[in-house]
Design a protein around this ligand. Sequence first.
Ligand SMILES: Cc1cc2nc3c(=O)[nH]c(=O)nc-3n(C[C@H](O)[C@H](O)[C@H](O)COP(=O)(O)O)c2cc1C
Ligand SMILES: C=C(O[C@@H]1CC(C(=O)O)=C[C@@H](OP(=O)(O)O)[C@H]1O)C(=O)O
Length: 423
Amino acid sequence: MLRWLTAGESHGPELLAILEGLPAGVPLSLDDLRTDLARRKLGHGRGARMKFEQDELTLSAGVRHGVTMGSPIGIRIGNTEWPKWVEVMSPEPVDPAVFDTGRGAKLTRPRPGHADLIGMQKHGFDDARPVLERASARETAARVALGAIAKRFLAELGITTLSHTLAIGTVRVPDDAPLPAYADLAAIDADPVRVFDAETSAAAVALIDEVRKSGDTLGGVTEVLVWGLPPGIGSYVQWDRRLDARLAKALMSVQAIKGVEVGDGFETTRRPGTAAHDPLYVRDGSIVRSSDRAGGIEGGMATGTVLRVRAGMKPIATVPKALHTVDVATGQDAAAHHQRSDVCAVPASGVVVEAMVALTIADSILEKFGGDSVAETKRNIESYLESIPPLLRTSHVSVSESELQAGPVDETPMGDSLSEWRV
Ligand SMILES: Cc1cc2nc3c(=O)[nH]c(=O)nc-3n(C[C@H](O)[C@H](O)[C@H](O)COP(=O)(O)O)c2cc1C
Ligand SMILES: C=C(O[C@@H]1CC(C(=O)O)=C[C@@H](OP(=O)(O)O)[C@H]1O)C(=O)O
């Protein structure tokens, strides 16, 4: 079992994270984590803080000479903004005058859509500061660092993960646009909004600029793709073992994510059964699917084809054209608290969602295959794949109906396709 926790406030000294249960023998460098931390800060529409705050990374435990040891991994990400917040966020009591003006002034005009008001009710605060400090998506830096480790482990098993932006506000990648391949990751990261379609990207950038000028904010949709999964991780036998349920929980836990779809998701509900599923055929010695509508999960288990999940993010709640609220210090109508903030963080949310998918998949892999070293996990996967009876073996690549019809009559004996697996 893999487990992980984070701690830390948005303007505190640092974020902390612990990852426990990762096998020994996973090669891991600080640069693996730094690369993903840098990806999370990018995206047209991010606020000023992304430009001046650095993520000061330390790997404090669990890694020796560039390889995991099987012990808990400890991560520290220093907030370089901390010197400005030492008094406001001090763990020791400070002069109460700090709370009269400036940074320390009490926040009593809760932002609709953020955690401010309910957090104050729940914890008995007369100031939204302690709420927003932890509700803030600054915490996602810690999750992305954890996810980078999970991805490194998965890469050792031949499993690769990619995220990309599908929609920003009303601008959306056309339904018939081709899916990106893992090789397209660098191009996606180089795009200002992480969209794998030049026309859609330009339209999304223009929309963000327009919305920024009008003092508004935007949400959107991201998609994560995972290649190389062994079939059968997850389970149909109990609600909390289902892979789709675990992914939905992981994705919904990301700040501002309001919806999750697996495969064609809600679109599937509008189709008849004959056009909603992925029919099976025999091709080149194994069972192939003629489409990928299910997104690589059937009955709560990975099918072994590409996994495809989507996360929908609501628009940023700190709207510059401030929303109507109430000043809870006076009981009067007011405009919601607003300082700097992101206009659109959908590209960054994709990197966060990708991290949560990687952690969830790594956990499911370890649940089925175990292993105290990555070599042991690998062996267990290989022997499981070997044990699948020839007539039950499936291909991890789908082939379209038209290709299947055009193709030659298949003479390959069933079960000869195991070499396709990249473990
Ligand atoms: C990467 C990322 C960046 C975000 N940046 C901001 C921001 O600058 N301002 C803001 O008000 N909300 C921002 N949010 C969203 C808030 O964290 C979120 O709206 C808040 O936690 C309440 O949403 P919830 O109801 O889903 O928890 C961001 C979210 C993510 C994932
Ligand atoms: C700091 C990060 O995101 C922050 C997430 C966030 C929020 O309310 O979620 C609000 C903003 O913080 P601030 O109000 O201090 O400008 C973002 O900058 C980050 O992603 O590293």
